[in-house]
Design a protein around this ligand. Structure first.
Ligand code: PHB
Length: 474
């Protein structure tokens, strides 16, 4: 929820702050994916997921036309970073999305932070990614969330000794840690922890080590796209007939590759946040629509991450439209507050309402509205500097106390003699002066105490929290 607020805030800020371009009504979504190379299946699935969402929901939302710009980073982090910079600098991309591997999402984090552009991680899954920029939101998953339930299941289903085999980088290390710790906590033992290189892995020698260890099960994490090679070598080494059960996160039995994997997948048990076989009317409709739009290709969890990423963008745009009017309303809310003091001073001095008093109220409106705008604009500046909402408001009240008090004191002191005058012509100037003096005596308390509470309660769109969700946050 906090991340969604940050996302909405960043998107609003970009949409409002951009100088006028011919493309003002266009929201370019820069999707950076490995369309070629080892992770190409992730690129293909992600692109198809995002396109399906747009096909189903149209390409216009909240008056903005959505343009999806897909770029191939070939799975190389330096290319991802360059493409992110180009998409922001040249294509005016308002959102970046995709990132087929953890290092690619991490390489983009400083670019997103610097440009204050939201980065939607719809594929990569190492838990700590979201901590690398306040502009990152994730619509994929995390490895801890998939690995710990596997360990609990294994411990409850007669598996006592396990060897883990993981790709040697962020998500693999997360998977190994969370599986092992949870499994050991539940009474199991991990005989060996094997890490396999990410690039062009040859699983054969590692699988031989697993066979030699003779565990009850082997727990596996390989990134989406490598499952078919792993399973092929698992069978070729004869592990399928050795009584060693294959367990793991659903990345290895990725729906996109299941047809290639064939019978080798029979008996494997995996845990994941998505399966194309999930038995719900919503998922059946999603799978049918995806297959229809993609020549029968079955969607995997990567497609769902991108589909959800697009849904996030559309919902954020819907939510942020018309946000600016909220400020005007809040600034105007100080006007009736200031009126209270004017009415009170007329009542206490038993002065009837007159044209002079009405002019006093008009002057009061002006001063109160100006103070309200002062508070709101400083509050937004403080938010943009990265403060949380409460801290931004505290800082606003601290720094704006003096200007608000000064305007009120000047107006008050200037009109005090007229408010107490009783000479010739005083009937004309006294009501005006009484209204302004009374209003200005009460206004600072209302503007500095009541308005901040209203702003914190109703004005949410510009929030950029200091404190971000930690471990496993998505
Ligand atoms: C990652 O690099 O974060 C990643 C990639 C593919 C997966 C899971 C995690 O299937």
């Amino acid at each position: 929820m906090v991340r969604f607020s940050v996302f909405c805030a960043a998107l609003t800020a970009l949409l409002l702050a951009e100088p006028a371009h011919a493309d003002d009504n266009i929201v370019t979504v820069g999707m950076i994916l490995p369309m070629t190379g080892q992770q190409a299946s992730t690129g293909k699935q992600e692109r198809a997921g995002a396109e399906l969402y747009m096909q189903q929901h149209g390409d216009t939302v909240a008056g903005k036309k959505i343009v999806l710009e897909v770029k191939d980073d070939t799975g190389a982090a330096d290319v991802t970073k360059r493409l992110a910079e180009e998409l922001i600098g040249n294509d005016h991309a308002k959102v970046l999305m995709g990132f087929g591997l953890t290092p690619l999402a991490l390489a983009t984090a400083p670019v997103a932070t610097e440009a204050k552009v939201p980065e939607i991680v719809s594929a990569a899954a190492t838990a700590m990614i979201t901590e690398k920029s306040p502009y990152i939101v994730r619509t994929s998953f995390t490895l801890p969330q998939a690995s710990a339930p596997m360990a609990e299941w294994a411990a409850k289903n007669g598996i006592k000794k396990v060897v883990t085999v993981v790709a040697d980088y962020g998500p693999g290390i997360d998977a190994e840690k969370w599986f092992s710790e949870t499994f050991e906590k539940n009474g199991g033992s991990v005989a060996e922890k094997i890490r396999v290189p990410l690039k062009n892995p040859d699983f054969a020698p590692f699988l031989q080590r697993v066979k030699d260890d003779a565990p009850d099960a082997v727990f596996v994490f390989v990134p989406s796209g490598q499952g078919a090679i792993f399973m092929k070598e698992f069978v070729e080494r004869g592990l399928d007939k050795s009584g060693i059960k294959l367990i793991g996160t659903g990345d290895v039995t990725d729906d996109d590759l299941l047809a290639d994997i064939g019978d080798a997948a029979l008996g494997a048990v995996t845990t994941h946040h998505y399966s194309a076989a999930h038995d719900s009317p919503e998922n059946k409709a999603f799978v049918a629509a995806f297959e229809k739009a993609n020549n029968g290709m079955r969607p995997n969890f990567m497609a769902v991450g991108a589909y959800d990423g697009m849904a996030l963008i559309y919902q954020a745009l819907e939510k942020t439209k018309g946000d600016a009017s909220g400020d005007a309303l809040l600034a105007a809310s100080v006007i009736p507050m200031a009126l209270l003091g004017g009415i009170f001073s007329l009542w206490i001095t038993r002065t009837p309402f007159s044209v002079s008093a009405a002019i006093g109220f008009v002057a009061l409106f002006g001063i109160a509205a100006m103070d309200g705008i002062l508070i709101l604009s400083y509050y937004h500046l403080s938010l943009e500097s990265g403060l949380s909402r409460v801290n931004a408001m505290l800082q606003t009240c601290r720094t704006q106390l003096r200007p608000v008090m000064m305007t009120c004191i000047v107006a008050c002191v200037g009109l005090l003699p007229a408010a107490f005058s009783s000479g010739i012509g005083s009937q004309v100037q006294r009501p005006l002066a009484l209204v302004v003096v009374g209003g200005m005596l009460l206004a600072p308390a209302l503007i500095l105490l009541v308005l901040p509470v209203l702003v914190l309660k109703f004005c949410r769109a510009q929030e950029l929290p200091e404190e971000l969700p930690r471990e496993g946050a998505t």
